[in-house]
Write a protein that binds this ligand. Structure first.
Ligand SMILES: Cc1ncc(COP(=O)(O)O)c(C=O)c1O
Length: 398
């Protein structure tokens, strides 16, 4: 018989014990299990633009089927640089400042791994996109949260307290993670807010890591401003973006990080050993996609504006208090009127008994209590999907 030498050894790392699987992705599985309408995960249920699909098919047919350059195909990097110049007046060298990754998800974790040491503090606005929590754990960074406060009326804005933000900055602060337009709140940071953040980043020598994946999904005349476009910021900003949301291809896994050359070098090294590269033919299609005319982006935003204005009245009718988003494609709601103990109980009831999947608010907060009366709905769905959800949600009034 073999003698076991170290019985107490666990096969799991300490890090992986510190976070759970994604609540958002789990809700999608529950939606499938219960046959519910999935307003949980942020992926469109309508087709991607025909010309982009064709570009991908043509790239495969032309045998662009081997590894691309590790940090991204030249065509896509050139297209990203052109896009940043045209939309944000930011000058970027595609040879030294862009790393194409497997989605902005990989761009974010590669950036954190490339820039953070164990114990470095990173500031994160809360509620936050749930990936940032595990990203921080995996990279050894210590998140410090600053509250975004919900508006008092449906039409108001989520705001932060500048004194609270200043108090979060100190000598151990390495970076601040920004996400504008924001998931889950729909907040679009204003120039004044971004300037206040810029001033603190410069004063405390802090890096801004900005997730701008919803840059073209804007409503009510709001304008997207990249913090890298502000004076003094380009040399201390990593701008993260990707194809998923702008071109309705969340399954393609193409994103990028744009940063000063020294930081780009570090991101490229991490990226290379994590994934080698993003899908080569889909990068070529990405270059075509980024070449689309401005009308494409206007139509995209207008389509989502209509979907937002279709879902919010249905939610309000059903008893939710909605916070109207100014960008991205989610509505954060308050569920206080339903009298449930917490958001988890409520979303379980919603998916099983009502047949609609949504995301419990607590998954966007460090302390689950803070999100216990909030639930997020995604409206990147066909009209029929939203109407079916509305029909089912009416049952809640009973
Ligand atoms: C704020 C934010 N960043 C990143 C992502 C993921 O982007 P990608 O598909 O490019 O990895 C999402 C997806 O929901 C998101 O909401």
């Amino acid at each position: 018989m073999i003698k076991v030498v170290s019985e107490s050894k666990t096969f799991l790392s300490d890090k992986v014990e510190l976070f759970t699987e994604s609540v958002i992705r789990d809700m999608t599985r529950q939606a499938t299990l219960y046959g519910a309408v999935n307003l949980a995960q942020g992926f469109p249920d309508f087709p991607a633009p025909a010309e982009i699909k064709l570009a991908a098919q043509e790239a495969i047919a032309a045998d662009i089927n081997q590894y691309a350059i590790t940090w991204g195909s030249k065509n896509l990097r050139n297209a990203v640089a052109k896009h940043m110049l045209e939309w944000q007046r930011i000058v970027v060298d595609p040879e030294t400042q862009i790393t194409v990754c497997c989605g902005s998800t990989e761009a974010m974790i590669s950036t954190l791994l490339a820039t953070c040491n164990q114990g470095d503090e990173i500031i994160v606005f809360e509620p936050f996109y749930e990936n940032y929590g595990p990203d921080a754990i995996l990279s050894g960074a210590k998140p410090r949260f600053v509250k975004l406060r919900p508006p008092s009326s449906e039409d108001g804005e989520w705001t932060f307290d500048e004194r609270e933000l200043r108090a979060a900055f100190h000598s151990a602060t390495k970076a601040i993670i920004l996400n504008t337009p924001n998931n889950p709140t729909g907040k679009v940071f204003t120039r004044t807010e971004l300037e206040a953040i810029r001033d603190l980043c410069v004063e405390f020598n802090v890096l801004a890591i900005t997730d701008e994946i919803y840059e073209h999904i804007l409503y009510d005349g709001t304008q997207h401003i990249s913090i890298a476009s502000l004076d003094g910021m380009q040399e201390r900003t990593v701008t993260i973006n990707g194809m998923s949301k702008t071109f309705s291809v969340t399954g393609w896994r193409v994103g990028w990080a744009v940063a000063p050359p020294a930081i780009t070098n570090a991101i490229r090294k991490v990226h290379d050993f994590l994934t080698v590269g993003a899908p080569a033919p889909l990068q070529e299609a990405g270059a075509v996609a980024l070449g689309m005319q401005p009308i494409y982006y206007r139509t995209l935003a207008e389509g989502y504006r209509k979907r937002r204005d279709r879902l919010i009245p249905a939610l309000t009718d059903a008893g939710f208090r909605c916070f109207r988003p100014r960008g991205a494609y989610y509505v954060m709601t308050d569920i206080g009127a339903f009298g449930f103990a917490n958001d988890i109980e409520f979303t379980k009831y919603l998916v099983k008994e009502i047949g609609v999947a949504a995301v419990p608010g607590s998954s966007f907060y460090r302390d689950p209590k803070d999100g216990a009366q909030q639930v997020r709905f995604a409206f990147c769905k066909k009209d029929e999907t939203l109407d079916e959800a509305a029909k089912r949600l009416r049952e809640l009034r009973k």
